[in-house]
Design a protein around this ligand. Structure first.
Ligand SMILES: [Zn+2]
Length: 93
């Protein structure tokens, strides 16, 4: 094997232990839930999931699981519960 390629492999092994080097800008996943599979995606700084819970809440267990799985590789604003207009904020009303 070329010695230059060996160097690349060593560097790749080092990089692979540092997930914070990578930031996903957009992606689509197939998420196998307990009863069904769902398409979970992140695009234009927004999460989406085609499960029945997501449209009413703007969040669901599938998105939350992905946030835990690949948290260090998500843009900062995508790592947490999305505070968006679709999420009811309890303000004492
Ligand atoms: Zn979902």
């Amino acid at each position: 094997m070329q010695s230059s390629l060996i160097g690349k492999i060593q560097k790749a092994n080092m990089y692979a232990r540092e997930p914070e080097r990578v930031t996903f800008s957009e992606f689509t996943t197939k998420f196998r839930g307990e009863h069904d599979s769902y398409q979970v995606s992140f695009r234009d700084d927004k999460w989406s999931c085609d499960c029945h819970f997501f449209p009413t809440s703007g969040i669901c267990s599938h998105v939350m699981a992905l946030q835990k799985l690949i948290g260090p590789m998500l843009p900062t604003e995508a790592r947490y519960w999305p505070v968006s207009e679709s999420v009811p904020v309890s303000s004492g009303t």
